[in-house]
Design a protein around this ligand. Structure first.
Ligand SMILES: [Zn+2]
Length: 61
């Protein structure tokens, strides 16, 4: 099995990880209840619902 010639230092590894994090854009999907754009697998910021269930109580005017 091919192995890297030189071991990357801890700092080098972290540097690579941050670059990977920058490249991957958040997976945006439309909310089922309010059709607002939201990050998938996260509670909707617009209506506070996740998977059709009210998770956060939103203040309504
Ligand atoms: Zn929503």
């Amino acid at each position: 099995m091919a192995l890297p010639k030189h071991k990357h230092s801890h700092a080098r590894k972290l540097q690579k990880q941050t670059n990977v994090m920058k490249m991957t854009a958040p997976n945006l999907v439309k909310c089922k209840s309010c059709s607002e754009l939201m990050e998938s697998h996260k509670v909707c910021k617009a209506c506070g619902k996740y998977d059709g269930k009210q998770v956060i109580e939103m203040e309504q005017k």
